[in-house]
Design a protein around this ligand. Sequence first.
Ligand code: SAM
Ligand code: SF4
Ligand code: SF4
Length: 339
Amino acid sequence: MPSPLTVLDSLGRPMRDLRVSVTDRCNFRCGYCMPREAFGPDHAFLPREEILTFEEIERVVRATVDLGIRKVRLTGGEPLVRRNLEALVAMLATVDGVEDLTLTTNASLLAGKAQALADAGLHRVTVSLDALDDATFMRMNDARVPVQRVLDGIAAAEAVGLGPVKLNAVIRRGINEHAVVDLAEHFRGTGTTVRFIEYMDVGHSNGWRMDDVVPAEEIVAAIDARWPLEAVDRDYRGEVARRYRYRDGAGEIGVISSVSQPFCGDCTRARLSADGRVFTCLFATAGHDVRTLVRSGADDAALADALRAIWTGRADRYSELRSLETVELPKVEMSFIGG
Ligand code: SAM
Ligand code: SF4
Ligand code: SF4
C-alpha cells in the first residue's frame, strides 16, 4: 500500500525506483550505447564541477525516499570508473527506507571492487554481458575486454555475498543472436538469472533500426526449443522483466521487451543524471535540473517540493507511443542516464 506521503504521477504511477548515474564516462564502447564514432577521444564528457558530489547525491536520494522511492540503483556510464564509489554506497546504505541498494556494471573492474562494495553495504549487483565468446563480446564492447574478466567479476561478487548476480544481455540482430542460447546454457542451474533485453532506440548515436531488434518472443522461443520454459507471475508492480522458469527446475530467465511489448503503465522509475537532472522517462527529451536548487542552499522542504512537482507532472509513456508510431523526438543518450 502506498504511504500517505507517496506521490503519484498524472497517470497514477508511484515513484518507487531511482537510478542514479554517477558518471557519464565508461571504459567500454558498446555500439548500442556509446559507439566509438560518437564517443571518440575528442568527446567532451562532463567536467568535474558539473557532476554531483556524493553528498549532493545522498541529499537527493534522501528526498526521493520521502516521496516513495524504495529501490536505488547506481549506474552510469560505468559506475565503477568513479573513484571511491564505495564511499557513496556507504552513505546510501544508511538512508532509512532504501530497501534495495544495487549497482549495474559491465563488471570489468568488479573483481577488484567487490569486497569494498559489499563491506560498504551494497545489497546486490547486476552485470551486463552480451556474449560468451571473446570474438563477439569484444565486438560488442569495442574495448578488447575478454569475457573472462567479467566472469571473474561475477565470481568475486558472489564470493562476497553480492549474489545471486543478475545478468543483462542486449541482443542485436545479426551480431550476438547466438549468445541467447550460449548464455542460457552457461547460467542454467547456477542461480544467476539472465535477462535478455531488446535493443532499444535510446539516444541518437547508435543508429537504431527496428530491424536490429530481436523481439522477446523470439528469444523465449529459441530457449524454449532447447530447454522448455513456463511463464512465472510478476513479483511486483513495476517489474520490467517478464519471467520464465525452466521446466526442469534449472532456474529462470527474463526478457525485457520494451520495444515489442511496452510496459509504461507500470513504470515507477525516476532517473538522476550525473549532472543532477531528474528524468522521468528513459526517452525523456529533457531533464529537470535539481543541482541548481541543491547548490543554492535550498532546504529539504524546498527540495522535496521540487521533486514532488516533477513527479506529479509526469505523463511519459514513450514506449507505448512508439508503438503508435508517433513523431520522432529528440532523446537523451543512455550512457547519460544509465539505462
Ligand atoms: N555500464 C553499466 C553496464 O553496462 O552495465 C551501466 C550502465 S548501462 C547504460 C545500463 C544497461 O543499459 C546495460 O545493461 C546496457 O546493456 C543497457 N543498454 C545500453 N544501451 C542500450 C540499448 N540501446 N538498448 C538496450 N539496452 C541498452
Ligand atoms: Fe558502457 Fe554500459 Fe554503455 Fe556499454 S552499456 S558503453 S558498458 S555504459
Ligand atoms: Fe517508463 Fe518511459 Fe520506458 Fe515507458 S518508455 S517504461 S515511461 S521509461
